[in-house]
Design a protein. Structure first.
Length: 252
């Protein structure tokens, strides 16, 4: 029987890499994304929904469709945004709430609707995308770091609550990931810190023992492993895929 996975924010970036990796592993792939143009570019055999992960109505509709299709084996609650890059005193409450809504509320809503299906099946894997910012914090990224720390707390709770029902929960903490989203972060941090883009880039890279950024495929490979039978007793874990962060902000 084919397994079914849902990847939120699955039309581009890390989410797209996850969806492609699960597809290659033989899963029936479902994705959500808020970017209609990106959704237009996904393979025809994926089931794609335009949805805002922080909108409960949107998420209820997605999971109702999944339930009608036979349920869910794996969830990758991956949607996230960088949020503002500013000193704490310069962050507007609206921007704080917007960042937390996508990064934390989105993970909560996905888990809320996935849990009953998985409990009923007596099995399942919930994978939340956190960040190394959720392990160490990060200056000038308060909303993002706070939300990603909270994602880890959510995951730990899910692992305890759902484990007796055969459902596992884990969090992946990507480091700096090559791609357009990180380029935006680099540009904003360069402006905030009075540095060049390349200086900020090297600061991130030199803060890891392996001296480099990771790629979306590295995150996707971990997600497929965590969903697989090879990880059948891996639950409640925070797994960094980051080249081993040794100094989260060496340039400050």
């Amino acid at each position: 029987m084919t397994c079914r996975v849902l990847v939120t924010a699955g039309a581009s970036g890390v989410g797209r890499a996850m969806a492609e990796a699960f597809d290659a592993a033989g899963y029936d792939v479902w994705i959500t994304d808020i970017d209609r143009a990106a959704l237009d570019g996904v393979p025809d055999h994926w089931t794609a929904h335009h949805a805002d992960v922080s909108d409960e109505g949107d998420m209820h509709a997605v999971f109702a469709a999944i339930s009608d299709a036979g349920g869910l084996d794996s969830l990758c609650a991956n949607a996230g945004i960088a949020g503002p890059t500013s000193a704490i005193e310069d962050i507007d409450l609206k921007d704080w709430r917007g960042c937390v809504a996508v990064n934390l509320d989105g993970a909560f809503l996905a888990a809320k609707y996935a849990a009953p299906m998985m409990k009923s099946a007596g099995a399942g894997s919930i994978i939340l995308t956190s960040s190394t910012a959720g392990q160490y914090g990060y200056p000038f990224r308060a909303p993002y770091a706070a939300a990603k720390w909270a994602v880890i707390g959510l995951m730990k709770t899910l692992a305890m609550e759902l484990g007796p029902h055969g459902v596992r929960a884990n969090a992946i903490c990507p480091g700096a990931v090559e791609g357009p989203r990180m380029e935006g972060v680099l540009a904003r941090e360069a402006a905030t810190k009075g540095m060049s883009r390349d200086e900020v880039y090297q600061g991130y890279a030199s803060g890891t023992s392996m001296g480099r950024f990771v790629e979306a495929q590295d995150i996707a490979n971990m997600a497929v492993f965590l969903a697989s039978g090879a990880a059948r007793l891996v639950s409640g874990q925070v797994i960094a895929v980051d080249g081993h962060t040794v100094n989260p902000d060496p340039k400050l």
